[in-house]
Structures are given as structure tokens and as C-alpha cells.
Design a protein around this ligand. Structure first.
Ligand SMILES: NC(=O)c1ccc[n+]([C@@H]2O[C@H](COP(=O)([O-])OP(=O)(O)OC[C@H]3O[C@@H](n4cnc5c(N)ncnc54)[C@H](O)[C@@H]3O)[C@@H](O)[C@H]2O)c1
Length: 307
């Protein structure tokens, strides 16, 4: 297949690109390199340093390479920035995504699989693990935009027959995650511990997240890109891990031996998040295969090899 991966120089996108190439597909990448890492770009892919906000170029690339399927991972993913500048967030995450859908429907693309967000879409909830049918209550412009992307995808499906899968990721972690900027706690702790810098746990550290290893996220994406899943699907583990447990596990694996130091918690932060994967299990026979201990071991190994 001819596959376009937007954000293919980023953490999750670059892993998807590698798997697609390993399985014999032709891959084209669009990435503006705002958080992308040049050394992650697979040399066997055709790379365009372009912005998804440039509708003309997106369309030109889709047409020229006769793209059949799109994996859309590019996004403005800084939640705080989305609060400070919702118009910019909407420009990238909503208008940029519409550019992808427009190029797709005009040039015969069969399907768009895109990165949505479980945590950001459901907001605070007592129903855990949270299923896809749970009411959506996003509490940030970033979450609103992810939900709006899903609504547009549904529109393109009904109006033009464009197939889509919205992958509602939990907290993805693993090798290649950028440890700076809007990174996940696993990458930040791993990077700092290996550099001998103190890590800080915000608040009491008993807040939990559902951490899913990037290889499992890639296999869920492969099931969506090559199968017939339509609609929203959680990609998660159904397990809750506290920030304290993340700290203790990385501390032990890396041999950093730090004292756990707490500082003031962040206002408005979600207390717990855990997503149901029953739907993806049933429709694609998908289950997470890497537990948190093994995933963090691999992540620490990666960060060590980089330094
Ligand atoms: N990492 C997580 O835990 C997580 C959780 C939920 C959803 N997501 C979603 O997964 C996707 C991938 O995230 P990631 O963690 O790999 O982040 P990342 O920053 O490593 O990757 C995003 C990539 O998109 C590129 N990009 C950003 N804006 C662009 C634009 N306007 N035009 C072209 N390229 C652009 C960046 O340069 C980068 O390479 C995003 O859509 C994100 O919202 C991630």
C-alpha cells in the first residue's frame, strides 16, 4: 500500500513508519519538524518537511504518491498551549486535519486512521475502565479539537464513504519519546534520572494513568490501517499506575537511587484515568503485550543508548 504518515518524524509516528516499511509498504511522511527528530526519519520513506496547515501541498503530495491510506499523527499536542492559544491549537488540530480529510476524499484515499486521545476526550469520570460509549467531556481546547476531529471524520464517512478509525490513545510511552517540552512523565523521569538530575512528583503522586507501550500502540494502528475498524477505539491497558509507582520503577531500573521529592500539585489535573479496550479486543483481537515493568526497562535501555 501507499501510506502517508503525518508526524512520521515524531515519537509514535516514526514507530508506525518503521513497522509499515518492515511489512513492505511504501511510506511518505509529512512533518514540519516542530517536535520531530531528524534521526527518527526512516531513510526508506519519502520525507516532506511540510505543514499540514498547507492544504495545497498536502493535496499535491497525496495526489502525486497515489496515497491509499493515511495515518495522521501530526498535532499540536501541548495541552497548556491549547489553553493559552486555542486558535493556534484549532488551526493545527482542526483545520490541519480537515486538510487531510479533504485531500483524502478528493484523491481516492480509502481510509484515514488518526491519533485521538482517551484521557483528553473523556475528562474526569467515575467509570473505569472507561469505554468508548462514555459521554465526552473534554476540559481543554486540545481535547475539544480531538473530539471535533472525530466528528469531522464521521461526516466524511457518511458524506463520501471515507473510512476512518479514531485511535483514542491512553498515555503512550517508550523509546523515542521526546523528554523535553510536552513529554510524558516516563520520558521526563527516565531522562532526568539517567542524567543525575532530581525528579519531582507533583502533589501526592497517587494520581494514576493508563500507560501503554508504544509497540502495542503500533500494532493497534496496524490493525486499523490494514483491517476494517471504523469509529473510535481506545488503545490502552485497562491498568492504572500511579506517578509514585512510575518514579519507583524507573528509579530501581536505572539505578538512580533518588529520594522521592514531592512538590505542589497542578490545579485541575485529572485524578485517575484508565480506558477499556474491550472493543479493540473484540473487533481486532488486539491486546497489550508489554507490561509496565518490561516497557520501562526497554525505555531506560533506549535512553541509556542515546547518551
Ligand atoms: N504521546 C501520548 O501519550 C499521546 C496520547 C494521546 C494522543 N497522542 C497523539 O498522538 C500523536 C503523536 O504524538 P507523539 O506523542 O508522537 O508526539 P510527537 O511530538 O513526538 O509527534 C508529533 C509529530 O507531529 C509533527 N507536527 C506537529 N505539528 C505539525 C504540523 N502542523 N504539520 C506537520 N507536522 C506537524 C511534529 O514535528 C512531530 O514530529 C498526536 O496526534 C498526539 O496528539 C499522543
Amino acid at each position: 500500500m501507499n501510506v502517508l504518515v503525518t508526524g512520521g518524524a515524531g515519537f509514535i509516528g516514526s514507530h508506525i513508519v518503521d513497522r509499515l516499511i518492515d511489512e513492505g509498504h511504501n511510506v511518505v511522511i509529512i512533518d514540519n519538524m516542530v517536535t520531530g527528530q531528524a534521526d527518527l526519519i526512516n531513510p526508506q520513506a519519502t520525507f516532506y518537511q511540510e505543514d499540514i496547515c498547507n492544504a495545497f501541498r498536502v493535496e499535491e503530495i497525496v495526489k502525486m504518491h497515489e496515497i491509499e491510506v493515511i495515518s495522521h499523527q501530526a498535532a499540536q499536542l501541548d495541552v497548556r498551549k491549547s489553553v493559552e492559544d486555542p486558535a493556534f491549537d484549532a488551526e493545527v488540530n482542526i483545520i490541519g486535519t480537515i486538510n487531510i480529510f479533504e485531500a483524502a476524499r478528493k484523491h481516492g484515499v480509502k481510509k484515514v486512521v488518526f491519533a485521538s486521545s482517551g484521557g483528553a476526550i473523556y475528562g474526569d469520570t467515575d467509570q473505569m475502565p472507561t469505554p468508548e460509549g462514555h459521554p465526552e467531556q473534554p476540559i481543554s481546547p486540545y481535547g475539544v479539537a480531538k473530539l471535533v476531529m472525530e466528528k469531522y471524520a464521521h461526516f466524511y464517512h457518511v458524506q463520501y464513504g471515507l473510512e476512518y478509525t479514531a485511535m483514542r490513545y491512553a498515555n503512550v510511552y517508550g523509546p523515542r519519546q521526546n523528554a523535553h517540552g510536552e513529554a510524558g512523565v516516563v520520558a521526563i523521569f527516565t531522562d532526568r534520572m539517567l542524567a543525575g538530575q532530581q525528579c519531582y512528583v507533583n502533589g501526592d503522586g497517587e494520581n494514576t494513568r493508563d500507560f501503554v507501550y508504544v509497540d502495542d500502540v503500533v500494532s493497534a494502528n496496524m490493525a486499523a490501517l490494514t483491517g476494517d475498524l471504523v469509529g473510535p477505539y481506545n488503545v490502552a491497558t485497562e491498568k492504572q499506575t500511579s506517578v509514585n509507582q512510575v518514579f519507583d520503577t524507573i528509579n530501581a531500573i536505572s539505578g538512580a537511587n533518588q529520594e522521592r521529592v514531592h512538590r505542589e500539585g497542578k490545579a485541575g489535573e485529572q485524578r485517575h484515568s484508565c480506558l477499556s479496550v474491550a472493543k479493540l479486543k473484540q473487533d481486532a483481537d488486539w491486546s497489550p503485550t508489554i507490561d509496565i515493568q518490561e516497557g520501562m526497562k526497554r525505555t531506560v535501555e533506549y535512553f541509556k543508548s542515546k547518551n
